[in-house]
Design a protein around this ligand. Structure first.
Ligand code: ATP
Ligand code: MG
Length: 444
């Protein structure tokens, strides 16, 4: 992409309404624009990162055997009356009346609708297990939308739902989600710690929230610091292997880690003092097992092997897709701007031409751009007439992990400069070697 033809409305001033760094940088980098309270347009740069995050989630969900689908944002109130949640959900649910005086709502979550789909089409235990998921916009009329997309009213969420014959099978689905979520967050360069939590309006007993530690987080958390050393890494996971998934769950949840809703001071104090931590965190996901809470009132039953009708065991599993952008920035930035982890960066590398219009630097920049594209990469080439200082400031602000600077003095010696946004370290390489290095970093 050529910056001169892109839409990147960066701001020099810090917007006064932004209280936390991720909100400030998302506004300054031209990623989002508020449309009304808690509702945002996703400008091209923000949209690109949102798509990257979404792609990782799709890959990891499908790796775990979960099936993608899509449900509407507007739903009939009647379904929600069947589960009793139309009245229970409270003020956060946006209720609308259509021209025929029918009650509809903008979905805050989709247990009812998926249960309705299930009961219409599945009647035998032979069709189980089944887990389907979507990535779709949700609306919750938050009393205090704030921190930009971190606590929006309209937000993008991955929500998955499992249907199983027995509680044991449903717990395997729960474990699969826990493992796949850990992998998902790690691929985004994040450490998200599973913590025992409270189930809220979704209901049920077994639930974990995934928290990214950050001073600006809205949740108060308590944990044994030993948990921060755990990593999924590149170990092979067989999602069909119940014992393996259970073992990973135990590995990641046996240490004390709780949000304030479930915090138990006496248990906490059993942790050796030097490992005891209380901190703040950003909730980026939550998984639930709630048994037959929806299947029973809504008649979602299957015939088991003995011919008896039984209500299916269910769970639901959410990831805050749009909130993740904020969480990643809170976890990865410096005084100059965002530092994107390679897994989610909007462009793989930035090319800065220090003397636009100079035949030599133009040709070398174009050669770099073409060669990177040839390798399947997506560079952002700053081909504008801005001063070098302004070009560097923009690149630092938008946080591309790698920058290649093309200047006349270096070119005279046959080199360009490849710099890491994270460390600030740079080296001088030929154009070909710089392309090889960037391709190697991305496994391209
Ligand atoms: P919170 O406690 O932050 O209000 P929640 O527990 O009500 O969230 P869930 O029902 O668990 O939310 O939704 C799944 C995920 O969606 C959450 O883990 C969070 O990352 C994200 N999410 C929830 N509410 C919002 C919001 N208002 N804006 C952005 N993301 C949100
Ligand atoms: Mg939650």
């Amino acid at each position: 992409m050529r910056l001169s033809r892109y839409f990147l409305p960066v701001l020099k001033e810090t917007p006064a309404e932004a209280q936390i760094v991720s909100h400030r940088y998302m506004l300054r980098a031209g990623m989002i624009k508020q449309a009304s309270a808690g509702i945002y347009s996703w400008l091209p740069l923000g949209f690109k990162v949102l798509r990257k995050i979404e792609d990782i989630i799709h890959e990891e969900q499908q790796r775990a055997g979960h099936i993608p689908m899509l449900m509407p944002t507007l739903q009939s109130a009647d379904l929600w009356r069947e589960s009793g949640r139309y009245d229970d959900y409270g003020e956060e649910m946006l209720r609308i009346r259509d021209r025929h005086d029918r009650d509809i709502l903008y979905t805050p979550t989709a247990e009812e609708l998926i249960t309705d789909i299930f009961r219409a089409h599945v009647s035998s235990y032979r069709d189980l297990p089944l887990t389907m998921y979507q990535i779709q916009w949700k609306f919750r009329d938050e009393i205090r939308p704030r921190f930009g997309i971190m606590r929006g009213r309209e937000f993008y969420m991955k929500d998955g739902y499992n249907f199983d014959l027995t509680k044991a099978d449903a717990m395997h689905a729960y474990n699969r989600h826990l493992v796949s979520y850990l992998r998902t967050y790690e691929r985004m360069g994040l450490q998200a710690i599973p913590m025992r939590a409270d189930s809220g309006p979704i209901g049920g007993d077994d639930t974990h929230e995934f928290l990214v530690l950050a001073e600006t987080g809205e949740s108060e958390v308590f944990f044994d610091n030993a948990i921060t050393e755990l990593k999924i890494g590149d170990r092979e996971i067989d999602y069909g292997d119940k014992a393996q998934c259970q073992a990973v769950l135990e590995e990641f949840t046996s240490r004390y880690a709780r949000t304030d809703e479930t915090h138990d001071e006496a248990l906490f104090n059993e942790i050796p003092e030097e490992r005891r931590r209380s901190a703040r965190g950003i909730e980026v996901g939550q998984i639930f097992y709630f048994g037959t809470k929806y299947s029973e009132p809504m008649g979602a039953t299957v015939q088991d092997a003995d011919g008896n009708d039984v209500a299916v065991h269910m769970g639901s599993h959410g990831i805050g897709v749009s909130r993740l952008l904020g969480a990643i920035i809170e976890a990865s930035h410096d005084g100059k701007g965002i530092i994107w982890p390679e897994g989610v960066t909007p462009f793989h590398a930035g090319i800065v031409n220090l003397r636009q219009g100079d035949a030599g630097t133009d040709a070398a920049s174009e050669r770099l751009e073409a060669a990177l594209i040839e390798r399947g990469l997506d560079p952002l080439y700053d081909d504008t007439e801005e001063r070098p200082g302004a070009k560097f400031a923009t690149m630092d602000l938008i946080g591309l992990p790698w920058r290649i600077t093309v200047g006349p003095r270096d070119l005279a010696q046959g080199v360009v400069e490849l710099a890491s946004r994270r460390t600030g370290e740079s080296e001088r390489l030929s154009v070909d070697a710089a392309v090889d290095r960037v391709a190697q970093i991305y496994g391209a």
